[in-house]
Design a protein around this ligand. Structure first.
Ligand SMILES: Cc1cc2nc3c(=O)[nH]c(=O)nc-3n(C[C@H](O)[C@H](O)[C@H](O)COP(=O)(O)OP(=O)(O)OC[C@H]3O[C@@H](n4cnc5c(N)ncnc54)[C@H](O)[C@@H]3O)c2cc1C
Length: 242
């Protein structure tokens, strides 16, 4: 009988697309649901007691906020996302982060995020959006944004060609929109904290897409029991957007 590949084997190297030209790739991971259970059982030097009891223990741990065993599982991702996402992401201090350097690597033409829709300012929440601008007004804004990026990039190139340092020439680039690549590492406990905040409907749409992709494509297949417990105790209100 051929052995089933482990989640680790199938997930490492997997890359999923996010937004217009972003992505998330799993570079490495350590541990699984059983590692969490076994870490908890070290308290009395025990190990697996069969799937049913193991899963029950894992649910007990999360329900009662006995969270440190979840820190035994780690993920390392490579992420490409616009700076507006990066800026919100790095507020999560429990992640370990290394980023591309705009001082070292020149930006390429087209390294800019073009939103698929122009969301409108929410009437009763100063930090949120609701609904979309449609029709010719929306098309005109998209066109204007593309022209703005082209113009900015041309000025950036002009400065570089004049010998200006990359660290200064980048002042011409539209900061929030520029795509960056970084490597991030996090444990399952702190990833759940990030997911709870950033998959929520009040998170900005762009970072929400990254959080949803992390959850659906990596967290859930890597840790199926933990994901079930997460949806039961941590985020019972979670519903996938259409
Ligand atoms: C919808 C939304 C809107 C937001 N709006 C704003 C905004 O307008 N302005 C703004 O500045 N930020 C804003 N934030 C960011 C927010 O304030 C947090 O910085 C961010 O969500 C990270 O959360 P955290 O500190 O819990 O996570 P992490 O930094 O990952 O920390 C995880 C947990 O570890 C503990 N911890 C970590 N570091 C420390 C520490 N030094 N001391 C004590 N405990 C610590 C805390 O329990 C914390 O909850 C917003 C976030 C969201 C989700």
């Amino acid at each position: 009988m051929t052995e089933q590949p482990s989640p680790r084997q199938t997930l490492i190297g997997k890359r999923v697309a996010v937004l217009d030209q972003g992505w998330i790739e799993l570079q490495d991971m350590m541990g699984d649901d059983l590692a969490i259970v076994n870490a908890a059982r070290v308290s009395f030097l025990g190990e697996s007691k069969g799937s049913e009891r193991d899963k029950k223990l894992l649910f007990y741990l999360l329900e009662h906020r006995h969270t440190s065993p979840f820190e035994q599982v780690e993920f390392r991702f490579r992420v490409r996302a616009p700076l507006v996402v990066w800026w919100q992401w790095v507020r999560h201090r429990t992640w370990h982060v290394n980023a591309q350097s705009g001082r070292y690597t020149p930006f390429e033409e087209g390294d800019f995020y073009v939103p698929a829709a122009w969301r409108l300012q929410a009437a009763d929440n100063k930090q949120a959006s609701e609904g979309e601008l449609t029709g010719p007004a929306a098309d005109a804004l998209t066109e204007a944004l593309r022209e703005h990026y082209e113009r900015s990039y041309a000025l950036y190139r002009q400065a570089l060609q004049a010998g200006v340092a990359r660290e200064l020439a980048r002042m011409f680039l539209p900061g929030f929109a520029v795509y960056y690549t970084w490597v991030v590492k996090v444990d399952a406990h702190n990833l759940m904290h990030f997911l709870r905040l950033r998959m929520a409907p009040d998170a900005q749409y762009e970072i929400r897409q990254y959080a949803l992709a992390l959850y659906e494509h990596f967290f859930k297949p890597a840790l199926p029991w933990t994901a079930e417990a997460f949806e039961t105790f941590v985020m019972p209100e979670f519903s996938r957007p259409d």
